[in-house]
Design a protein around this ligand. Structure first.
Ligand code: F6R
Length: 254
């Protein structure tokens, strides 16, 4: 696992966007695993700006979203589909039909998850998976539990996750209580993983995920076993890791 420290959110987003663009430029029909939420928002903004400046094209790129709330229509502005449409599809030439989103409105969620896994297998798997980390250590919506779920599945959101995500809704009551998410196995099969972490509130869980035991009660800890995982964190997020004397690189070297 490679740890890279940057000054702030802006630098984190720029550096991560450069890594995404490198991937897109190097490989025809790149397959991206797409996270949503606050952490990657700056990355999408950089990608959109670079597209508008003519520096990058997303034509032919495929995207698989990490997760989706159960019970939100695609048109609901809090759905992750709407997030990716607004922040990636609309401001660039990313083709909407190349966006594969777990269907949280499906009558049969098991079948919807199987369909998603099949589409991903057909696309050849993920080249670069973008991730954020939840305050309880979740990646995707794989919440702390007794095992590492392998494939896409329905999951109940932890109370902490509901409270953390209440900021996007009118109240905590309005946050859906379950979601469909890519499994840990699928995330780990991605050829490259890029985790972006910002802010002091994530410093403790990031440190635990990176230096603690690999265990399903801290889902992100599994990333220690990935062969090509980069963590880009800002100063605040890296605070506890720095205190532990872990090897951290500076952005200039990557
Ligand atoms: C979002 C996702 C979640 C978030 C995590 C952190 O698609 O899968 O795991 O990455 O909850 O969210 P933010 O970045 O909003 O702090």
């Amino acid at each position: 696992m490679r740890l890279v420290e940057v000054e702030d959110y802006r630098e984190m987003s720029r550096l991560a966007a450069d890594m995404v663009e490198r991937e897109v430029i190097c490989r025809e029909n790149t397959v991206l695993g797409l996270a949503t939420g606050s952490s990657p928002l700056g990355i999408y903004r950089c990608l959109a700006e670079d597209f508008q400046k003519g520096r990058i094209s997303f034509r032919g790129v495929k995207g698989f979203n990490l997760d989706e709330y159960v019970g939100l229509e695609r048109g609901d502005e809090q759905s992750f589909y709407a997030y990716l449409k607004k922040n990636l599809v609309d401001p660039t030439d990313f083709c909407e039909t190349n966006l594969h989103v777990l269907d949280g409105m499906a009558e049969n969620l098991v079948e919807a998850c199987e369909k998603y896994e099949k589409e991903l297998a057909l696309a050849g798997g993920i080249d670069l998976q973008l991730l954020g980390i939840g305050g309880d250590g979740h990646i995707g919506f794989n919440e702390p539990c007794g095992y590492f779920p392998r494939v896409a599945h329905e999951t109940r959101l932890d109370e902490k996750t509901v409270q953390d995500n209440a900021r996007f809704f009118v109240s905590a009551e309005a946050v859906p209580k379950s979601a469909v998410t890519m499994g840990i196995g699928t995330i780990m099969r991605a050829r490259k993983i890029l985790l972006v972490v910002s802010g002091a509130s994530k410093a403790g869980i990031l440190c635990r995920a990176v230096t603690g035991r690999v265990e399903p009660c801290v889902p992100a800890s599994i990333l220690q076993f990935h062969m090509d995982c980069t963590v880009i964190g800002d100063r605040e997020a890296m605070m506890e890791l720095r205190g532990k004397g872990v090897k951290i690189e500076n952005a200039e070297k990557i």
